[in-house]
Structure formats: C-alpha cells, structure tokens
Design a binder for this molecule. Sequence first.
Ligand code: AMP
Length: 172
Amino acid sequence: MECLKAAIRTIPDFPKPGIQFKDITPLLADADVFREAIDALKERYTGEEIDLVIGIEARGFIFASALAYALGTGTCLVRKPGKLPAAIYRQSYDLEYGTDAVEIHADALESGQKILIVDDVLATGGTVAATVALIQNNFDVGIAGIAFLIELVSLEGRKKLSGLPVHALIQS
Ligand code: AMP
C-alpha cells in the first residue's frame, strides 16, 4: 500500500484555507498504481456476495466503476442534487455552513440486493452517512461494505458509520 500512499499528493489550503486536499490524480495517471488499488479492493470483496457497487459523486464513480468491472457487477450512481434525470429519492445532510443532499434513482436498487458503497476519501463522513441513510430509508437491501481509497483518521468519519463494515485501503 506504500505505493498508493506515495501516489496521493496533499495540496494544502485547497479548496479553502485549512483543508489538506488529497489529490488522487497522480494515482489515477499511473497504470500500475491504479491497477494495484482496484486489485486490492477486488481482493477484499471477492467471495462476498455483492450484486451492485454504488459510487458517490464524483471521484467515487471512478473507483466504483472499475471495481464493479473487476467484481463482475453493475454499478449505480449516487449524485449531487439535480443531476439524475428520472424519479429520485433525496437525503439532505448538514454541512459546516448550510446543507447539501445526495440523490439516487428510485428504481436503482432491487429488494434483497447486497450492495457495496465506494468513495475515494472518508473525511468527516457526512456524505457517506447521508448515502447510507438514503439507501436504508428507501430500499430493502443489505450493505455488504463501504470502501474508501483513503481515510483521514483525525476527522473521525468512521464514527458516523458505526456498526457498518467500513474498509479503507490506506489511512492518513
Ligand atoms: P466528507 O463528507 O467530509 O467525508 O467528505 C465528502 C467528500 O469530499 C468525499 O467524497 C471526498 O471526495 C471529498 N473530500 C473531503 N475532504 C477531502 C480532502 N481532504 N481531500 C480530498 N477530498 C476530500
């Protein structure tokens, strides 16, 4: 996992002062490292019963779609408001200032499916916790896992996901 860590660069004060932004674009540009990331996730979930991999907008889509291909499942998009064209469910959540929301197509999941949720970074956990609520409030599915490339441990996002099977390839 050291090569994954080395391929993620930290940009201080982006997009605003005080944020240490984890930039994954060097990892995506390196064929060997990108493959290692997807292979490591594939290894973690091979043998588990997973029907669908759900990606969170926007960088989560990159990892979710590659992992879905590797696992032989479909993928599904959880998006920011106003992007999905058909009937949706919405879940709002609080930000430091104001609120945001995540949306999913109302016909995206089937009862009884086992799903895996994927995003690039676990920071405060607000977005992924809202995604979990969006799914649990509207569908009768099982959450087989919640996977991240990198977990920012000091922000304690994992606390918002207590009782759920969370996995991060690397921690920072
Ligand atoms: P959060 O809800 O705080 O866990 O973060 C939500 C989203 O913002 C994640 O999907 C990340 O893609 C992105 N994000 C948050 N903090 C960072 C960071 N320090 N570096 C890169 N992306 C971040």
